[in-house]
Every structure is written in C-alpha cells, then in structure tokens.
Design a protein around this ligand. Structure first.
Ligand code: SAM
Length: 240
C-alpha cells in the first residue's frame, strides 16, 4: 500500500497483512480480492502447499504485478491470478473457504460484498481489513447475518488498522450503534491502540464541531452538529 513501509516479499509481510493472513490460515482455498502484488496469497501458499488461492484484481497494473509475483514465487500451480471486479473472479460453484479483502475503505469493501452476494454461499469466512470507515463493513455484516467472530486493531507506521473477521450466522445478528462504530469485540478490550484511535477521532470531531458552531444555523448544520455530538458522547461513554 502507498506510504506503507512494507518488508515486501512473500516470506515476510507487513504486520498489517501478516495479521490478516493469521485469520485466513488453515483453510484449503482462499480468494484474495484486490490482491495488488498477491503478497498475501503467496505468503500463505508458501507456508501451506495444500492451499489453493485466487488473487483477484480489477486494475491492469496490480494484476500484472500479482502475476509477476506468483511467477517469481513459483506458485503458479497454487495461485490463479484473475482479472475482474470483486467477487466476480470466483466462478459459480467454485469452492472457496475464506475470502480476504484488505487495504480498502470500508464502503468499498461493503460494496464488493454486496455486488458479489451470489458468490457468498454462507460457508466462507470473511477476513476484512478496512483502512477507514470500518462501520460500513460492520453494518453490511449485520444486515446480511454475518457474525463478527474476531477483531483486531493494530498500529503500523503511524497508521491504525482494524481487521474484522466474520462468519455466517444461523440466527439474527444485532449490534448496537456504538458496537457498529467501534467494533463489538474491540470495545470489550481497551487496548492502547484502540484508545489512541478513538481519542484522535474524538479530538478531530471536537475541532469540526467548534468550527461548525461559528456557522449560520441551518437544519443541515444543526443535524451535522447533532451527529458529531452523538459520536463524541458514544466515545466518552465507552471510556468512563
Ligand atoms: N490487498 C492489498 C493490501 O492489503 O495490501 C492491496 C490493497 S490496495 C490499496 C487495493 C487494491 O484493490 C488495488 O490494487 C486495487 O486495484 C484493488 N481494487 C479496488 N477495487 C477493486 C475491486 N472492485 N475488485 C478487485 N480489486 C479492486
């Protein structure tokens, strides 16, 4: 990813991708969507000769990088690099046990899942790593009855990343507003990184709120201020 100091070879991933890989290990088949250099499937396939993977890429440049990397790693018999958008690179009735979508914004990840709904059989684990707006991912998961089974928050190179792991549930999945925003599992465990992320967010919302208070009052402005205040209150309640 841009701006990320990545020890980029397929034996040693960035910490962010290494943690994504951790949740995708131990399965027989994987699809990594938005694979870029295919580092994630290469890393996993080098550690597990029985794993078969699809590296999906929409853009020509990253698609060619992925092909090159797979060739360099001599993993052509384990990894198929396919060009296409989102889950369309998975063929109908093709067995895929785990789908990874990492390094994109939450709304893009949610739209990839939504557009690829017919490929989600319900048996696949989803390992999602939104760079921003992870709430959009959790909202999508809840509305499609996916249970969040693991979550992690990490810091690397001054950036904070969240990883959300989900599996289809037989029963109704409900999360509260604050759980959707901060993560139902992350919220139970106030790590230093979690505190840092939400302190930064709260400070930035407070700055915006201060500026908005100087504007001429309109319904739109008033709604914006209310929404910000609500988010600030939610964060404060979590940390009391
Ligand atoms: N997954 C890698 C990682 O986490 O380091 C690469 C992240 S990179 C920032 C995002 C990649 O997703 C880009 O290579 C981009 O071309 C690809 N991408 C964006 N939208 C996509 C889509 N709808 N389907 C497949 N790939 C997509």
């Amino acid at each position: 990813m841009e701006g990320e100091t990545i020890a980029l070879n397929t034996n040693q991933l960035s910490r962010r991708l290494e943690r994504v890989a951790y949740y995708a290990e131990g399965y027989q088949s994987l699809a990594d969507i938005g694979s870029d250099h295919a580092y994630l499937p290469c890393y996993l396939c080098l550690r597990d000769a029985g794993l078969h993977a699809i590296a999906g890429e929409i853009n020509e440049g990253p698609y060619q990088s992925a092909r090159k990397q797979v060739e360099l790693s001599r993993l052509e018999n384990q990894i198929e690099v396919r060009k296409g958008s989102g889950l369309e690179v998975i063929n109908d009735n093709e067995q895929v046990d785990v789908i990874t979508v990492a390094g994109m914004g939450g709304p893009l990840i949610a739209s990839i899942l939504e557009l690829g709904l017919e490929k989600l059989t319900g048996s696949q684990r989803l390992v999602l790593q939104p760079n921003v707006a992870s709430q959009a991912v959790r909202e999508w998961l809840m509305s499609h009855q996916f249970n969040i089974v693991a979550e992690e928050i990490i810091e690397e190179d001054d950036k904070i990343y969240e990883i959300v792991v989900a599996e289809k549930s037989d029963s109704l999945v409900t999360y509260t507003e604050v759980e959707l925003m901060m993560g139902p599992l992350l919220i139970q465990n106030h790590t230093e990184v979690f505190k840092k992320k939400w302190t930064q967010e709260k400070n930035s919302w407070e700055r915006v709120l201060k500026q908005l208070k100087q504007g001429t009052e309109t319904i739109e402005l008033s709604n914006k201020k209310e929404a910000l205040k609500r988010k600030i209150d939610m964060v404060e309640e979590v940390f009391v």
